[in-house]
Design a protein around this ligand. Structure first.
Ligand code: NDP
Ligand code: HSE
Length: 428
């Protein structure tokens, strides 16, 4: 094999990074693979739009079939995003016996199994490293490097946009809105950033990670999801006063064959390695039964880091083509899905509330938790000047989720409680 031809679908943030890398590093990449890498065609919506990287305009096309049905193209790289169109394009590419690389987590979380089966059937590769945590090679680590270990738990900061927003709100006092605009400008956010801030993007990544780590076919509807839109600067400040950092984390945990997968803003002790993961960086903290604890850390979004994952996948495909083993690596979840019952879930909780600042208010709170058998680990109270209102923050010891939620509902009904919210606390 002396040459491979590539068709690229999409020339946005990641597509630009891929073209830049293939152009700049051409010699080194070709030396590594031992064959010429030819970028044949690039699908765009608008051929006249100015591009950030130089490209022969004859390579641009608005006709996807010039790529999908082109017998001269060996590998299709899908970087247009979205689900329906990307699904149809990848399916067609696979049926036409083309190897495929994608960064599309929306698609892989929903149709991953079906597309992987189709790839296997056609003896084609389907790689998707960039779909989780941008430049961090976590999918390779789970399928290869950690394959011998039994993974028990993964805690991931897997969305760069929300981590960037929370970092800016925490350290620079920037508003949520300004931080989001900045993340969009830097190219981290999805075309519709709702999926970032509502936690859906992180949930999709946890679905993909769970397939590979546990061989369990988790679906999006199995994931409990809460985004960061309700996290305020005050929540961040009062969590800090008790020694915690708020992060949007995804947790996938298996015990006794049952799995619990969730994404929510969570308090981490300041000393936890994940607490110091800032800006668009991502990290996945993995608990293996023999290996113990490992953390994979790096840039989770953006042009360069994501392009590295895509082009590294490309090198794997070229190697597999040369060896005649495309489609052989494909891994499908084999176990059944057994969700962990809510009644078995335990956690620590952080409660933040405003309470009338009058005698007996505080003891009403502590009495409630005492009666429910929930013990408190940390308490903080300060008056809000000029309002006869107290700002109260509490961290409980571990408690059953169901019991805590019942107690929290009772607390909200107290006449002295003006408003209250809670977050989970993860010890690690
Ligand atoms: P962008 O929105 O920046 O780019 C999308 C590109 O696809 C554009 O070039 C656009 O064309 C083209 N496109 C979209 N729809 C069509 C269509 N119907 N026909 C032809 N071309 C089309 O997206 P990103 O590069 O940010 O993301 C691409 C994928 O990578 C997504 O799945 C995303 O989730 C994933 N990803 C993104 C990361 C990031 O940091 N941005 C990180 C990891 C994964 P035109 O230029 O003409 O408008
Ligand atoms: N929007 C995603 C993020 C891109 O912010 O993490 C990387 O998958």
């Amino acid at each position: 094999m002396d040459k491979v031809s590539i068709g690229l679908l999409g020339f946005g943030t990641v597509g630009t990074g891929v073209v830049r890398l293939l152009t700049k590093e051409r010699e080194r990449l070709e030396e590594r693979t031992g064959c010429a890498i030819q970028l044949e065609k690039v699908l765009v919506r608008n051929k006249n739009r100015p591009r950030k990287v130089l490209i022969d305009s004859r390579k641009l096309t608005t006709d996807v079939y010039e790529i999908l049905d082109n017998p001269g193209i060996d590998i299709v790289i899908e970087l247009i995003g979205g689900v329906d169109r990307a699904y149809r394009y990848i399916l067609r590419a696979l049926k036409n016996k083309k190897n495929v690389i994608t960064a599309n987590k929306d698609l892989m979380a929903e149709y991953g199994e079906e597309l992987l089966l189709e790839a296997k059937k056609n003896r084609c590769d389907l790689y998707y490293e960039a779909s989780v945590a941008g430049g961090i090679p976590i999918l390779r680590a789970l399928t290869d490097s950690l394959a011998a270990d039994r993974i028990q738990k993964m805690i991931g900061i897997v969305n760069g946009t929300t981590n960037y927003i929370l970092s800016k709100m925490s350290h620079e006092g920037l508003s949520y809105e300004k931080s989001l605009v900045s993340a969009q400008r830097l190219g981290f956010a999805e075309a519709d950033p709702t999926s970032d801030v509502e936690g859906l993007d992180a949930a999709r990544k946890m679905v993909i990670l769970s397939h590979l780590a546990y061989s369990i076919p988790v679906k999006m509807e199995d994931v409990k999801i809460k985004g960061i839109t309700d996290v305020t600067r005050e929540d961040i400040v009062y969590a800090q006063k008790l020694g915690y950092t708020i992060k949007l984390v995804g947790i996938a945990e298996v015990s006794n064959g049952d799995i619990d997968v969730r994404v929510e803003p969570t308090l981490l002790p300041n000393g936890h390695p994940l607490a110091s993961v800032e800006n668009e960086n991502n990290a996945i903290y993995v608990y293996g039964s023999l290996l113990g604890e490992t953390m994979f850390y790096g840039p989770g979004a953006g042009e360069g880091p994501t392009a590295i994952s895509v082009v590294s996948d490309l090198l794997s495909v070229i190697r597999n083509m040369a060896l005649g083993v495309t489609g052989h690596h494909i891994f499908m979840p084999k176990k059944e899905m057994h969700p962990k019952k809510d009644s078995l879930i335990e956690s620590q909780f952080f409660v933040r509330l405003h309470m009338k600042d009058k005698p007996g208010s505080f003891s009403k709170l502590t009495d409630l938790f005492k009666e429910q058998g929930i013990s408190l680990e940390k308490l903080y109270q300060e008056p809000i000047i000029g309002q006869d209102v107290a700002e109260v923050s509490i961290v409980t010891h571990r408690a059953h989720k169901v019991l805590f939620e019942k107690s929290f509902d009772m607390l909200k009904k107290f006449e002295v409680v003006l408003n209250a919210k809670y977050f989970r606390v993860e010890r690690g």
